[in-house]
Design a protein around this ligand. Sequence first.
Ligand SMILES: [Zn+2]
Length: 244
Amino acid sequence: MKKIIFAWIFIILAGTIFVLIKNSFWKNKPSVPENNISISAPSENNPPNTENEGSIHDQLPASSVAEYQASPATQTSSGFQPPIDRAAERVTKKPFGIYITPKTSPIQPERFQGYHTGTDFEIFPDELNANVTVRAICSGKIAVKRTASGYGGVLVQACQLDNQPITVIYGHLKLASISKNTGDTLNAGDPIGILGKAYSSETDGERKHLHLGIHKGSATSILGYVQSRSQLSGWIDACILVCK
Ligand SMILES: [Zn+2]
């Protein structure tokens, strides 16, 4: 009888230890291997498009946007100006860092996929057919002024933030409304031009809105979306500086 009791105790203990070890193993195992994240985002050489870039993005978690919105407040906003009138009152359908897929995007239909590198400023209803002026948020030279896939008209300005170089991307502008040229200086608050007409070549078919991105460093990039969180760390949440 004693032998049977000891045998049962042994079996129960062994079973418990097995379950504990198994659980701790699975807890430590990452659900998505880092190296499975493909890099394919819109850029000058790789413009944004509607092509299916692979199903791997569907396996990524639906993004913890909050951690990017709560960026470290080391950037000072001194000298920065809002890019558009009543900036703080405007709806932001796509905030900085939100992970977009054609299925989950707040904008439908959607052709992009990835982490949004900028902040979108929507228009007010009465601005649909009005001229909406976009202003420089900082002082610096125009580095890029051209039409680009995914944007229509886009302007990139080289500025500084806490003595570090940054480039500012203003997307979906009416290119013909921009009188200044590459190399010219824009001061904070200076009018740049106006927003492109909704669903036209001026916005590359997008709704009328401003996409404002800030890229760290002096190298220009007009990526509207990136495909990994590590890439997103190369961008700054513009709203911290100008949504006030
Ligand atoms: Zn955008």
